[in-house]
Design a protein around this ligand. Structure first.
Ligand SMILES: Cc1cc2nc3c(=O)[nH]c(=O)nc-3n(C[C@H](O)[C@H](O)[C@H](O)COP(=O)(O)O)c2cc1C
Length: 194
């Protein structure tokens, strides 16, 4: 079993970074084979260009996309970690999806419609919000985000979403609360991922 963490936060002193370290610790503790793709650190180019589209169409996938596709291909479980920005994923991660989850790699279009090509892989997603859980519940925002990300991207690509864990009010809670969140995360990882 191989695990791939796709991490999208620009700041090392962030709660998302602590999430990435906590999950890495859990994987290490269980002797799992895993890799972390820190999209800002590797300066991933998130802009799908005209040249990229032409190359993908011709089956000549650009090398930086191919490198990421090889990481995805070799993983059984993908773990996405990112903050909620404007009720969605950061543009860096969206651009990664645009470029790496390309036609004939993550999905194909057939006479029967779109089919996912990443079948057999699992996805576990961890996101943080600034807003409170109550605020998001009231606005139906979790449902909207689960539909636009979990269903419309990850499930559509054929993956089984084993969980999407949200941590709310992250900038406004105490350090003790954030520690508690990381303990809760460890339990979720053991339950749903390991
Ligand atoms: C560009 C930007 C957009 C944001 N949009 C939202 C949002 O739509 N909803 C929300 O609850 N928080 C939003 N936030 C707050 C972040 O989600 C929050 O600060 C982050 O999840 C905290 O985790 P961190 O310490 O790892 O950054 C936004 C923050 C930034 C910088």
């Amino acid at each position: 079993m191989k695990y791939l963490i796709i991490y999208a936060h620009p700041k090392t002193a962030s709660f998302n970074h602590a999430i990435m370290e906590t999950i890495s610790e859990e994987l290490k503790r269980s002797n799992k084979d895993f890799e972390v793709r820190d999209l800002y650190k590797i300066h991933f180019n998130p802009v799908l260009s005209e040249e990229d589209l032409a190359a993908i169409q011709d089956g000549a996938v650009p090398q930086d996309i191919k490198t990421e596709q090889d990481h995805v291909r070799s993983a059984d479980t993908l773990i996405f970690i990112f903050p909620i920005w404007w009720s969605s994923m950061p543009a860096m991660l969206k651009g990664y999806i645009d470029r790496v989850f390309s036609l004939k790699f993550a999905y194909d279009i057939t006479a029967d419609g779109v089919i996912g090509l990443l079948k057999g892989k699992k996805a576990f997603i961890v996101s943080t919000t600034g807003a409170s859980k109550e605020d998001y519940d009231k606005r139906g925002a979790f449902k909207m985000m689960n539909q636009s990300m979990d269903m419309a991207i990850f499930q559509l690509s054929g993956m089984e979403v084993v969980g999407h864990k949200y941590f709310s009010s992250v900038p406004n809670v105490s350090d003790q609360d954030r520690k508690q969140m990381l303990e809760e995360l460890r339990l979720s990882v053991r339950d749903k991922v390991l």
